[in-house]
Design a protein around this ligand. Sequence first.
Ligand code: NAI
Length: 426
Amino acid sequence: MTNDRSDATDDSHATDAADPLAWARDHMPVLASFADEYGETEPFDGYTVAVASHLESNTGVLIETVRAAGAEVLFAPSEPQSTHGDVVEALDSVEGITAFAEEGMSDEAFDEAQHALLEREPDFVLDDGCELIAKVHAEHPDVAEQVLGGGEQTTAGVTRLEAMDEEGVLEFPVYGVNDTPMKHFFDNVHGTGESSLTNVAISTNSIISGKTVVVAGYGYCGRGVARKARGMGAQTVVTEVDPRQALEAHMDGHRVTNMGEAAAEGDLFVTTTGNRDVLRREHFEAMSDGAMLANSGHFDVEIVVDDLEAMAESISHPKEGVTRYHLPEGRRLDLLAEGRLVNLTGPYSQGHPAEVMDTTFAMMFVAAHDMLTADERLSPGVYAIPDRLDRAVADRKLDTLDVTIDQLTERQREYYDDWEHADSSF
Ligand code: NAI
């Protein structure tokens, strides 16, 4: 019998460590199609684009793609603990890309890096959590006046932007990329859902199946976490403050109750509210020994760590990424990733899978492309991405997946447009 693979050299234990972006690049075909399409025409030539995000390989591919389209790119973290040093190093070595980041930065160094970036006066800002946009307005107003526009990828960031807009302080137009269907239906639901549970399971070497998983918040992220936890065999409990979201969770088959009750029931708690103080002293007092606490909301304020510290007799670290609070009556509560985003800042975290970040970052790229190449500038404010651009990215993604869909016939189009449905021949 011949071995038809005998010519290939295969060291199956080696990875291509020289290029930390290679794997993500292979799994982000929509961004690759932008790099191909705009690599020659360079529509961003002459512009400086700032990117603040979790600095892992998927973000690296966005940064490369913006650079391929001709921009000078400056990048900084949006969270001090989610930076992958090898990715920063690889990007920083590319001409036209400058890093304001390193792995394991303190909160102070993170803050200083963002200021240093803003002092380079970017023309456009692609943001995560409204980090750079809030800072440029609060502390570099002269730079803010010159910025042409921005895009914001998270729920938390869009909420902050809307507050700025309402106060009348926003100096430039920003696309609320989070709110476009091609972002939140996939990234928030499937990306956060899967990557949060994956990281909880890996960090604790525990099984989700059979656990009682309490999910705080039944928005896009909470839906993803709760549905996937149930799919893995967990009993799911949802807490909410919005009656419609609570009803949806109930109709989806989850048990819905308030956190006061859920606290005593949960083996694993995942907060996904974008709000603060969701798990606090009164809840910690009711929790069982060994309960695990994880946060997937953007900021590390959903679980009140100060309360855990105040209640604990001692604190230990039984595993990397797990902080154990020993309470006086012998109960132990395990906090994952210090209450920061569990899917992005835990010891094994790689963020969302590249396939899902492909469409999120495609929408960020489209936000920059649409504003920077428009004939007319939008006035300051928060804008929805035009639906035609959202559909175009969906079409590209389906193409890369080799999925075909039907097209409306002429008669179907006319039927949609005819509100009277008067002609029976329709
Ligand atoms: P969303 O607005 O769709 O959902 C949040 C839900 O939490 C709402 O239904 C709200 O009623 C509920 N809520 C608010 N306060 C609550 C409380 N005290 N108790 C229970 N429920 C409460 O927002 P989305 O898109 O689900 O995002 C949630 C958070 O996750 C945001 O901070 C967002 O930035 C972040 N996020 C994190 C990602 C990750 O990779 N971990 C990815 C995408 C978003």
